[in-house]
Design a protein around this ligand. Structure first.
Ligand code: SAM
Length: 240
């Protein structure tokens, strides 16, 4: 967890009860077995189990095996949708390299309460599974216009099922244009709610110079499908 002192050779780390149980009971590891660990800040380290107690496993750090990645992935800005679909988006966006997941309220979002804590733990579990050394930041819901006004982005890729690019639905030429020097971590992929963006929102988005309306094919995708396909296309073109 981020609360440990900076990882260094010989440092001992006591795992929390869940992590300890997983290593001792599920993985059935014992003293002198080695594992790879990360804390989201200091890269990946090899570590040796030095004590295996009922409630706590102690690890002694051996050496860094992978440096902490420097860059961050793109921002996925997604309107609130029903809980299970949102949790699915967080898990898949983590696997697909999103750097930040910004939750949004828009004119047509109707989800009231969102359990950000739960989304954070889903992101952590998914980062472990996908062997990412950084966990995407989950930002609590803000209004779309506030989000757009808050910071300048290098580009804003807006999933717009009504957009055609010069009369075709070809998306790739648009995305190829992304291979500019613009910083990946200042790119936003914006996906609307089940009811879509309303006309005013769509107009405001299309009016922005940094906005690229992108269609993801001729069918209406569920928001979670749209988020995953947009991130996949982005990663395929930008390579991160
Ligand atoms: N407006 C849609 C309708 O008429 O039923 C519903 C919105 S869709 C469920 C949720 C979001 O996914 C949209 O706001 C858009 O951002 C994205 N999306 C869905 N299908 C898409 C497509 N074919 N191309 C681009 N974006 C799409």
């Amino acid at each position: 967890s981020e609360t440990t002192p900076p990882f260094a050779e010989g440092l001992s780390v006591i795992l929390n009860p869940d992590q300890s149980r997983y290593l001792a009971a599920v993985m059935r590891l014992s003293v002198d077995d080695t594992v790879s660990i990360f804390n989201g800040r200091d890269g990946e380290w090899g570590a040796r189990l030095s004590e295996v107690g009922k409630k706590a496993v102690k690890l002694d750090l051996i050496e860094q095996t992978r440096p902490q990645p420097t860059g961050q992935g793109p921002i996925l800005a997604v309107a609130l949708i029903k809980r299970s679909a949102l949790e699915y988006i967080v898990e898949k966006a983590t696997e697909l390299g999103a750097g930040t997941i910004q939750l949004l309220t828009t004119r047509r979002t109707n989800a009231s309460h969102t359990n950000v804590e739960r989304l954070v733990s889903i992101a952590k579990e998914s980062a472990e599974q996908t062997e990412r050394l950084d966990v995407p930041e989950i930002l609590a819901p803000v209004k779309l216009d506030r989000f757009l006004a808050a910071a300048a982005f290098d580009r804003l890729i807006f999933g717009d099922e009504n957009s055609t690019h010069e009369g075709t639905r070809e998306t790739l030429p648009l995305l190829q244009a992304l291979k500019t020097t613009a910083a990946v971590e200042r790119s936003v992929i914006l996906i609307g709610p089940e009811g879509g963006f309303d006309d005013d929102e769509r107009l405001a988005l299309r009016g922005r110079p940094d906005c690229i309306p992108v269609n993801l094919g001729p069918r209406i995708l569920r928001a979670d499908t749209a988020a995953i396909s947009a991130l996949t296309l982005y990663q395929a073109v930008v390579g991160d």
